[in-house]
Design a protein around this ligand. Sequence first.
Ligand SMILES: [Zn+2]
Ligand SMILES: [Zn+2]
Length: 68
Amino acid sequence: MNPDTAICQSCTAIKFQSQLFRCRGCESVWYCDKECQTRGWSEKGHKVECKILKVVRGIQVRDGDLIS
Ligand SMILES: [Zn+2]
Ligand SMILES: [Zn+2]
């Protein structure tokens, strides 16, 4: 895949990164828009996945926000 492109986690559309935005939580997945993000979060399981990706990427989890 072209390094300038990314896939939307929700609808799996492949677009240029400039046309997408990153999940603010894990910064690992991309979304077309707010609607795709909402759908990806609730219907595509990113709510759980996001926490895992955050840890995988070594992003510090704030105190009181530890994964149980
Ligand atoms: Zn999308
Ligand atoms: Zn995420």
